[in-house]
Design a binder for this molecule. Structure first.
Ligand SMILES: NC(=O)c1ccc[n+]([C@@H]2O[C@H](COP(=O)([O-])OP(=O)(O)OC[C@H]3O[C@@H](n4cnc5c(N)ncnc54)[C@H](OP(=O)(O)O)[C@@H]3O)[C@@H](O)[C@H]2O)c1
Length: 234
């Protein structure tokens, strides 16, 4: 049985990842501020933590961690000239520094695993310029750099690092962007595949990246985006 740490495993994409891991029979160590609708399960341990606050360490970590998935993030879209400097700092704190803190806390336990894997989250808006995304794409751009850098640094230790870059996904985080039938239809139409993502689309990619099936994959940024990042429909 594997030990998987899921930071932000209580809602949206993270909750779907937690649920799939439990179905596979592995053990989940979930961290978020609140427990939300997390099920009672013998293989699930929840600890409350706020990754936006300073402080090191994760309470209740097992001795060996086979995989870490860091999900906490944000979507704050606004015209660049209206975004205060501290809003950029806030995005950086939860998306990047929270991930750094989590990875550093898990490293000793990851090193004890046979084939450890770390999965981080970027956004399609890093590789494809999109208006009003300056603060989130700056922070997620840092995640992409962190992913590749750590993949290189820890390759000889056998720890794999990859990031998923989703497009719009139907989660609590994206609820404002999908709050009416009109917005849902317009968002679906923007994607070459004719729909936005559901949490299962993204969780499936994360499950692959923490599995042995991806044991030759590291340093990749994987767009799970209905084609919006790379395809132009002429
Ligand atoms: N949804 C999208 O359209 C979309 C698109 C591109 C990229 N992404 C990225 O994909 C990742 C997952 O997104 P999602 O839509 O699943 O997000 P979500 O629905 O907001 O879920 C985020 C999870 O992280 C936890 N979390 C948030 N802030 C936290 C904090 N300060 N400390 C500890 N835990 C915290 C939440 O629980 P608590 O609130 O209880 O702490 C929750 O479990 C994010 O990195 C996001 O930027 C999402």
């Amino acid at each position: 049985m594997k030990n998987i740490v899921i930071a932000g495993g209580t809602k949206g994409i993270g909750a779907e990842i937690t649920s799939r891991i439990l179905k596979n029979g592995d053990r989940c160590f979930v961290y978020a501020r609140e427990q939300h609708d997390l099920p009672d399960h013998e293989n699930l341990v929840f600890n409350s933590i706020d990754f936006a606050l300073s402080g090191d360490g994760l309470p209740g970590l097992p001795e060996q961690v086979d995989a870490l998935v860091y999900c906490p993030g944000s979507i704050n879209l606004a015209p660049f000239h209206r975004i205060k400097l501290n809003a950029f700092e806030d995005e950086f704190r939860i998306n990047v520094l929270g991930a750094v803190k989590c990875i550093q806390a898990c490293l000793p336990a990851l090193k004890k695993a046979e084939s450890p894997s770390v999965v981080l989250f970027s956004t399609v808006a890093v590789q494809t310029g999109m208006p009003f995304h300056s603060s989130i794409s700056s922070a997620k751009g840092a995640i992409e750099g962190l992913t590749r850098s750590l993949a290189a640094e820890y390759a000889s230790s056998g720890i794999r690092f990859n990031a998923i870059a989703p497009s719009l996904t139907d989660t609590p985080l994206a609820s404002k962007l999908l709050s009416s039938p009109e917005k849902r239809e317009a968002s679906a139409k923007r994607h070459p595949l004719g729909r936005f993502a559901n949490p299962g689309d993204i969780a499936a990619a994360a499950l692959f990246l923490i599995s042995q099936e991806s044991s030759f994959v590291s340093g990749q940024i994987w767009g799970i985006d209905g084609g919006i990042g790379n395809l132009r429909m002429v």
